[in-house]
Design a protein around this ligand. Structure first.
Ligand SMILES: [Zn+2]
Length: 218
């Protein structure tokens, strides 16, 4: 009886040892597979269905919205602060309809009509949810930039700097990735945005690489 127990123990120890040896030999592969698994899961998150076909407004189109309207491009962020103090720009803050991510290369100061647009957008989104799905706030990742911050982002490409919509106080980026696996909400949000797009309230460009929708208010 006692011998039986020690044989079992020995067998278990050998089994664990063999398992550990295998894990050690194939540790590279294990790491790779785990990373792949996590990576693919990440990729499945936050898809933007129909965005490619709905939102194709390139720079030349978006430009129409800020050629005759919008602030003059400012050199540095401090200049944008001044415009806020003067009341030309207003500060967006997180609320129950949308959240603002900490911004590296921009400030959440925009023309008042952007705030009006965001309220319209959240109302339209709520309507799409139709009380069937819980409201998940959308996330704004970028707003107004200075010439310096555009340069930091785009290098010294003069054309990109002078054409950046983010200099005019009318453009924001909304992340569709932040919806995560709230696929239903993401779809409703896209439908709502497309409705405002059709009503000529905004221009929208789907930015797949950045995981966001680049929106200029008209
Ligand atoms: Zn943008």
């Amino acid at each position: 009886m006692k011998r039986d127990k020690s044989v079992k123990k020995l067998f278990l120890i050998s089994f664990v040892a063999v398992l550990l040896i295998f894990a050690f030999i194939f540790r590279g592969l294990l790491k790779y597979e785990t990373r792949n698994l996590i990576g693919n899961r990440g990729k499945a998150y936050g898809r933007c269905e129909n965005c490619k076909q709905y939102f194709k407004d390139e720079v030349s189109t978006q430009e129409k919205a800020y050629k005759s309207e919008g602030i003059r491009p400012q050199k540095v962020i401090e200049d944008l602060e001044k415009l806020k103090e003067k009341g030309v720009l207003i500060e967006l803050t997180s609320n129950e309809s949308y959240r603002l991510r900490d911004m590296d290369h921009s400030v959440p100061y925009v023309l008042p009509k952007v705030k009006v647009f965001l309220d319209l957008l959240s109302d339209a989104y709520k309507l799409e949810l139709n009380n069937q799905l819980v409201y998940v706030p959308f996330v704004i990742t970028s707003a107004t930039r200075s010439k310096r911050t555009v340069r930091q982002l785009m290098g010294n490409n003069i054309n990109a700097i002078s054409n950046s919509a983010h200099l005019k106080g009318k453009t924001i980026d909304i992340s569709y990735k932040e919806f995560g696996d709230y696929n239903g909400q993401s779809k409703c949000f896209v439908m709502a945005l497309e409705k405002l797009h059709q009503q000529k309230k905004c221009y929208v460009k789907y930015e797949r690489a950045q995981g966001c929708l680049h929106i200029t208010v008209r």
